[in-house]
Write a protein that binds this ligand. Structure first.
Ligand SMILES: Nc1ncnc2c1ncn2[C@@H]1O[C@H](COP(=O)(O)OP(=O)(O)OP(=O)(O)O)[C@@H](O)[C@H]1O
Length: 370
């Protein structure tokens, strides 16, 4: 038996364009519509904030504080394990952020992450498909870090040593010294176990992620298109120890670490060709949706809690058939609570019978309540 987890209500104060507003959500489908700039994405971001203690779109808090104000407040009522949780976050410029659940503050904000999971899909996420390999690694790292604290520990340690190793290689280029090999040996001895652990975690997650993504894409394309995903790593060919020994001369010449799991790639193919180059906009978006739906299922499998699924403005560039297939998939496959935004209320109405009692329709005014 799994646990349904959903956000029942949210209250925003001085959060971007919302001076003060409250919203109630259905535990199932929620459609948020309104004109450009009315605050649809902001409403989803508030939910993301209450889940992850930060904005999905901004690295810092400053851009979400309403212009001319010094802070914001978010409150949420989250239902989980048949219990209601009252979440409150208060952020003020120049002060430490306060995060309280049922009147109990967190000593460390990191302890909150993962308790009330969400998965967001936003238009710019398509960079995961069209951008460089770093975008895909970042996404895989975020997914694995959400699932395992041990992975995050290995990743942070690996990245720290990578930065130190690169600095050493750069310094050697300016001031060559015979000690470089001893120093690199010492770094590599510490580095290798982290690289091996990260590789194992990535292998294991890809073994589950790949078939799920293929299954979802096949559904979204109406069984017409076939995709492949490949996790590519130098560690598939030989051990990291051997590889590091082989490329040491090259590392010294280049002044940086040219081998390791920071070179891993997740390759996406559509009908045998890279989707990044050959996919249409709708096909890339479908790929993104399939990946994120697979992410949702992986979190659900591991934690036995359904993350709240948030789809921000994703209907653009999808044909009516794909929209229908997507909506039927997330309605029927147990995706739990879903929040969907769209500028076009008529497009939503065309796909969802208004008499569907479990769906909540939220129409935001052009000038949101203040
Ligand atoms: N710090 C801020 N303070 C006040 N208003 C802000 C702040 N930052 C952005 N805004 C405004 O808040 C609104 C936020 O819009 P949001 O992106 O949520 O709209 P949307 O309904 O998703 O629009 P679209 O359909 O164009 O994606 C915009 O009108 C924006 O100009």
């Amino acid at each position: 038996m799994y646990t349904t987890s959903y956000i029942a209500a949210v209250e925003l104060t001085q959060f971007k364009n919302f001076t003060h507003a409250t919203f109630a959500f259905s535990p199932e489908m929620n459609f948020i519509t309104g004109a450009n700039g009315c605050g649809k994405t902001t409403l989803l971001d508030a939910v993301h904030y209450l889940s992850m203690t930060k904005s999905y779109f901004h690295a810092t808090d400053q851009p979400v504080i309403q212009y001319g104000k010094e802070g914001f407040r978010l409150e949420g009522k989250w239902h989980q394990h048949d219990i209601d949780y009252h979440l409150v976050c208060v952020a003020k410029e120049g002060a430490k952020k306060e995060f309280v659940v049922n009147d109990i503050p967190y000593p460390r904000l990191a302890s909150h992450i993962g308790r009330f999971p969400v998965v967001m899909i936003a238009p710019d996420d398509v960079l995961m498909i069209t951008g460089g390999s770093e975008e895909r690694r970042k996404w895989l790292d975020a997914l694995l870090s959400q699932l395992s604290g041990d992975y995050l520990t290995h990743l942070l340690a690996y990245q720290k040593i990578l930065a130190q190793r690169n600095q050493l290689l750069r310094q050697w280029q300016e001031h060559p010294s015979a000690h470089i090999h001893d120093l690199l040996d010492a770094y590599d001895q510490q580095w290798i176990p982290h690289a091996e652990a990260i590789f194992q975690y990535r292998e294991q997650i890809c073994a589950q992620l790949i078939p799920l993504t293929v299954q979802f894409y096949t559904h979204l394309s109406g069984n017409k298109e076939h995709i492949q995903l490949q996790y590519q790593s130098q560690l598939h060919e030989k051990s990291i120890q051997i590889r590091l020994r082989e490329i040491r001369k090259q590392d010294l010449q280049m002044g940086r670490s040219t081998a390791g799991i920071h070179k891993d790639e997740l390759q996406f193919l559509l009908n045998g060709y890279p989707v990044k180059i050959h996919g249409s906009q709708g096909q890339r978006k479908s790929f993104l949706l399939a990946l994120k739906l697979a992410q949702h299922q992986l979190i659900f499998r591991q934690k036995n809690i359904t993350p709240v699924l948030m789809l921000d403005d994703i209907f653009e560039k999808l044909d009516p058939k794909r929209i229908q297939l997507l909506l039927s998939l997330i309605r029927l496959e147990g995706f739990g609570q879903v929040l969907i935004t769209d500028t076009d209320a008529e497009r939503i109405a065309a796909h969802i019978p208004m008499q569907q009692t479990t769906a909540q329709f939220i129409s935001l005014p052009t000038h949101p309540a203040s």
